[in-house]
Design a protein around this ligand. Structure first.
Ligand SMILES: Cc1c2[nH]c(c1CCC(=O)O)Cc1[nH]c(c(CCC(=O)O)c1C)Cc1[nH]c(c(CCC(=O)O)c1C)Cc1[nH]c(c(C)c1CCC(=O)O)C2
Length: 400
C-alpha cells in the first residue's frame, strides 16, 4: 500500500530553539508550546468540529493538518513548535478496539480479563492502520513551511492500558490497577503489545517528516536515508503515571517507556537516521524523576505543576532537559497573575540551568480565553531571556 507521503523538498527549518533546548542547551530564550494547543479553546477548532467528528478530524490528513496549523497561525511568532493533531487513543483503535468520544473517550468493549487479550492482534500493519497519521505529519511538514518543528507523539503503554481496561477515564483506576497486581505477567504482555505499536507509530512519524534528500519507501518498509536533519521531536504522554505508587510505576509503567525509547532509536539508527529528541511526560511521577533522568532513555522530561523548577532540577541534575510546568488553571487567573506566575516559573528554571522548554503542567482546557493563552506565551517570551540586561538595552535603544 502506498501512502501519500512526499519526503522530497521539505522546507528548511527556520526556528530550532526547541530542538536545541531538548538537547540540553541553555537557549537565548525558552522555547514554548502548550500541550493540547490545538483544541477546544480555539473558536476556529470548534468551527471545524461542527462539521466533522473527532476521529474524522484525526483520520483526514487535510483536516488534521489544518487543526495543527491553527494555533501556529493565530499565535504567529509566539509558539516554537506544532504538535500533530491526533489522539493517544488511535493506538487501541488500530488494535481493533472501538473508541467513542462523547465527549470524553469511551471504549464500550474493554479488555476485562487476560483471556480478552486474544482479541488483540500481536502485531499490526502500522502503515495500513495508522498511515493517516504519517500522511498528516508529512502534509503538515510541507504546510508549516519550516516555521517551527513538528512534534509527533503517542500515549505511553500504561496510560493506554488504563483506557483499554477501564473502558474510559476513571477516578480510581481500580480495574487497571487490579490487572497490575493480580495479573502482572498478562499486564506485561498487554503493555508490550501496545508498546510495539507505539514504536512503529513514532518511527513512522519521524520518517514521514524526514528531511529533504531522504528516500523512503513506505510500501516495503525499507528506508534508504541519504541525509537527514533533526527537525522533529517525539513525545510520549504517560498522563496517568502519578496514579501508581512509585515502586509500581517503576516496575510496570516505566519499562515499556524505556523499551519505546530504545526501539525507536535503534530502528531509526538502522535506517541511517540521526534520531530525534524524545520527551517523556510521566505526569506527576516526581518521586521517580531521578530514576527517569538516569534510566528512562529520554532527552527531555515533562513536569506537571506539583513540583518546583528547583526541586526538579535538583533531582535530575543535568542529565536531561526539562519541560513544563505552569498550572493549567493559572490561565483562568487573569493576566496580572499569568504574568507574575510565568515570571516566577522562568526565574526558577533559568536559575537551575540546563535545557528548558516552557509549557503548562498539563493540557490547556476548553474554557480558556484566547487572549489569556496569548498572554501566557508573551510572558514566556518576555521573562525567559537568559540575558535580560541585554534585552533591556535593546528595548531602550528601540525607544530612542
Ligand atoms: C489522556 C489523553 C487523551 N488524548 C491525549 C492525552 C494525553 C495528554 C493529556 O493527558 O491531556 C493527547 C492528545 N489529544 C489531542 C492531542 C492533539 C494535539 C495537541 O493539541 O496537543 C493530543 C496530544 C487532541 C484531542 N483529544 C480530544 C480532544 C477533544 C475532542 C473534541 O473535539 O470533542 C482533542 C482536541 C479528546 C480526548 N482524548 C483524550 C481525552 C481524555 C479526551 C476528551 C477530553 C479532552 O479534550 O481532554 C485522551
Amino acid at each position: 500500500m502506498s501512502l501519500r507521503v512526499d519526503t522530497e523538498n521539505l522546507p528548511v527549518l527556520k526556528n530550532d530553539l526547541i530542538i536545541r533546548a531538548a538537547r540540553g542547551e541553555e537557549t537565548e530564550r525558552a522555547p514554548v508550546w502548550v500541550m493540547r494547543q490545538a483544541g477546544r479553546y480555539l473558536p476556529e477548532f470548534l468551527e471545524v468540529r461542527k462539521h466533522h467528528s473527532f476521529f474524522e478530524c484525526c483520520k483526514t490528513p487535510e483536516i488534521a493538518c489544518e487543526l495543527t496549523l491553527q494555533p501556529i497561525r493565530r499565535f504567529k511568532g509566539l509558539l516554537d513548535a506544532a504538535i500533530i493533531f491526533c489522539d493517544i487513543l488511535v493506538v487501541p483503535e488500530a488494535m481493533g478496539m472501538t473508541i467513542e468520544m462523547n465527549p470524553a473517550p469511551s471504549l464500550p468493549n474493554p479488555i476485562r480479563t487476560p483471556e480478552d487479550l486474544e482479541r488483540l492482534p500481536e502485531r499490526i500493519d502500522v502503515n495500513k492502520k495508522l498511515g493517516y497519521v504519517f500522511e498528516a505529519v508529512n502534509l503538515t511538514r510541507h504546510k508549516l513551511n519550516g516555521e517551527v518543528p513538528l512534534i509527533g507523539f503517542c500515549g505511553a503503554p500504561w496510560t493506554l492500558m488504563a483506557y483499554m481496561v477501564e473502558g474510559g477515564g476513571s477516578k480510581t483506576y481500580q480495574k487497571a490497577k487490579e490487572w497490575l497486581y493480580r495479573w502482572p505477567e498478562a499486564s506485561r504482555t498487554l503493555l508490550t503489545r501496545v508498546a510495539d505499536v507505539c514504536v512503529d507509530l513514532l518511527v513512522g512519524q519521524v520518517l514521514a517528516g524526514a528531511q529533504v534528500s531522504c528516500r523512503i519507501s513506505f510500501c516495503d518498509g525499507q528506508a534508504k536515508l541519504k541525509k537527514s536533519l533533526k527537525k522533529q521531536l517525539l513525545q510520549v504522554f504517560d498522563s496517568w503515571a502519578s496514579e501508581l505508587p512509585p515502586a509500581l510505576y517503576q516496575e510496570m509503567a516505566l519499562p515499556p517507556c524505556q523499551y519505546i525509547a530504545k526501539q525507536v532509536r535503534a530502528k531509526l539508527q538502522a535506517l541511517g537516521h540521526p534520531g530525534v529528541p524524545m520527551t517523556l511526560f510521566a505526569k506527576g511521577a516526581n518521586a521517580s524523576l531521578d530514576v527517569l533522568a538516569s534510566e528512562a532513555g529520554y532527552d527531555v522530561l515533562g513536569l506537571d505543576s506539583s513540583i518546583t523548577p528547583a526541586q526538579a532540577r535538583k533531582l535530575v541534575g543535568h542529565k536531561v532537559a526539562l519541560q513544563g510546568n505552569a498550572d493549567p488553571m493559572l490561565l483562568y487567573g487573569g493576566q496580572d497573575a499569568i504574568k507574575a506566575e510565568v515570571k516566577k516559573m522562568c526565574d526558577g528554571f533559568l536559575a537551575g540551568g540546563g535545557g528548558w522548554i516552557a509549557n503548562l503542567g498539563h493540557g490547556v482546557t476548553p474554557q480558556v480565553q484566547v487572549d489569556d493563552f496569548r498572554c501566557f506565551l508573551e510572558s514566556v517570551h518576555k521573562y525567559s531571556r537568559r540575558n535580560p540586561e541585554k534585552a533591556e538595552v535593546q528595548v531602550s535603544n528601540e525607544k530612542l
